[in-house]
Design a protein around this ligand. Structure first.
Ligand code: ATP
Length: 471
């Protein structure tokens, strides 16, 4: 339950406020009320609790409320401070407001005035949370027009989005890395409501399990070492918008159990907290794993899978929808050109057919990376096939090696993959994030491939332990 701190040496007034605010009223939830009779006591309490509102008397035995207002505000974090002043003392009221009081209550006040102040404080908190969320995600709404959908498969996905957007049903988006799962999630979100609402994404594979729980559900101050502040979790920040759980297949089984309970009960608690907070956001989850198979084999909870897959969107790999490549190339080049300040005026038709013939294991993201590299290399406004690197797995017909060389360059798919990874590690200076970008794959995919090919890569991002024969 959230806390209000009342600072007043008049104990009967403090008790009266506690009696009123500890009981829910209409839309207003019940609060825990803590009281302090002096500034010193308020300081001690504020070191321990994090109130959502401070009601502070003007005159306290050990100080003047207005003079102490900046200190109280600093100690109470984002909580608004309401100064309680004597009736008719307009001068102090003005001083209090100038010093940053959120509002004032002139004594004697009635219950309705207290209700109004409490509701306004809650409203302010909602807004500041939204500001915290906006600081994370300031992207413009993603529209259906952002999705290239020339292929019949993508056309039918766009239709599906139209049908499901306005419902609250959970959505599971499946597809290989880089196929556009996040883009689709954002578009579903945009069309879910006419009003702008929060879209909060979290990559379940990028955070260790213990932290992931607190990232998702938040934590109370003091709930574990290092929890010095109460933290809002993604579920709270998402409000009635969308929570995007990327790489859900990487979530540990114990955390899956917790998530399942939240989805069933539509309620959750912050780590270390007791208050039950409502889950109002829509869940959109994404995975590049065959999660149905994982569920059958016990690596993913089947009950959670059943809950998530109310609506399932299967994004086909790019190699199965080559008809999207011309428009994708055009759209991506416009985006890349804007960000690099370089305009590409011509894309030869043979380049498009060449791009259509490549396997694009990293899908649209890999295409985007390849185009970015080519734009950087292109001296004029014309994109030529030779500006595209020919990684082993993507050998370009235009750059075929001489016969004598060809035999030694023949590689199995697995060897080619291993070589591509080693080259990327070397080119990136051993930075895993950059390796993923170069290869156009996600972190978990890279981890799996490093394991598969027994490529040692020390945890430190800067020190890859390359084998001696590395390329
Ligand atoms: N159909 C599409 N039309 C336009 N752009 C697309 C399309 N699909 C993907 N993209 C672009 O490709 C890039 C990769 O897409 P996105 O990040 O959504 O893929 P993802 O499947 O979520 O990847 P990962 O599994 O690695 O997280 C983004 O820049 C996205 O805008």
């Amino acid at each position: 339950m959230e806390t209000i701190l009342v600072v007043d040496d008049n104990t009967s007034l403090a008790e009266m406020l506690a009696l009123q605010l500890e009981v829910a009223e209409g839309d207003r939830p019940a609060f825990t009320v803590e009281t302090a009779g002096s500034v010193a006591e308020a300081r001690t309490k504020l070191a321990r609790i994090e109130p959502v509102l401070v009601l502070c008397d003007m005159r306290l035995p050990d100080g003047d409320g207005v003079a102490l207002l900046p200190e109280i505000r600093a100690l109470s974090g984002e909580a608004p401070v309401v100064i309680m002043t004597a009736h008719g003392d307009m001068e102090t009221t003005i001083r209090a407001m100038k010093a940053g009081a959120f509002d004032y209550l002139q004594k004697p006040f009635d219950q309705d005035e207290v209700e109004m102040v409490a509701l306004r404080a809650l409203d302010l908190r909602r807004h500041s949370r939204r500001a915290a969320m906006l600081a994370v995600d300031t992207s413009a709404p993603h529209l259906v027009n952002d999705i290239v959908s020339d292929s019949p498969q993508m056309k039918s996905i766009v239709k599906q989005i139209g049908k499901i957007a306005s419902s609250q049903a959970s959505v599971l988006i499946q597809g290989e890395s880089g196929t556009g799962k996040e883009l689709i999630a954002r578009v579903i979100h945009t069309y879910s409501s006419d009003e702008p609402k929060p879209f909060v994404g979290i990559n379940c594979s990028a955070i260790v399990d213990t932290l992931l729980e607190s990232e998702l559900f938040g934590h109370e101050k003091g709930s574990f070492t290092g929890a010095t502040q109460t933290k809002y979790g993604k579920f709270e920040l998402a409000e009635d918008g969308t929570i995007f759980l990327d790489e859900i297949g990487e979530m540990s089984l114990p955390l899956q159990a917790k998530l399942l309970r939240v989805l069933q009960e539509r309620e959750f608690e912050r780590v270390g907290g007791v208050a039950r907070l409502p889950l109002r956001a829509r869940i959109v989850a994404a995975t590049n794993r065959d999660i149905e198979k994982e569920a059958k084999e016990g690596r993913f909870r089947d009950d959670l899978y059943q809950r998530l897959k109310v609506v399932t969107i299967e994004l086909p790999p790019l190699r199965e929808r080559a008809s999207d490549i011309p428009k994708l190339t055009q759209g991506l080049l416009a985006r890349i050109g804007r960000s690099l300040g370089k305009r590409i005026t011509k894309v030869p038709a043979e380049l498009i057919s060449h791009l259509q013939s490549l396997p694009w294991h990293g899908n649209v993201r890999e295409l985007e990376n390849a185009l970015t590299r080519a734009v950087v290399l292109a001296p004029g406004g014309v994109l030529l096939p030779e500006y595209f690197p020919a990684p082993a797995a993507h050998a370009m017909p235009a750059a075929r090696p001489a016969d004598s060389q060809r035999r030694s360059l023949l590689l199995s798919l697995a060897e080619a993959e291993r070589e591509a990874i080693l080259r990327a590690i070397e080119a990136s200076g051993g930075h895993k994030g950059r390796v993923c970008d170069i290869l156009g794959i996600s972190r978990p995919t890279l981890e799996r491939k490093l394991e598969k090919h027994a490529i040692p890569f020390r945890r430190s991002e800067l020190e890859p332990a390359l084998p001696p024969h590395s390329v």
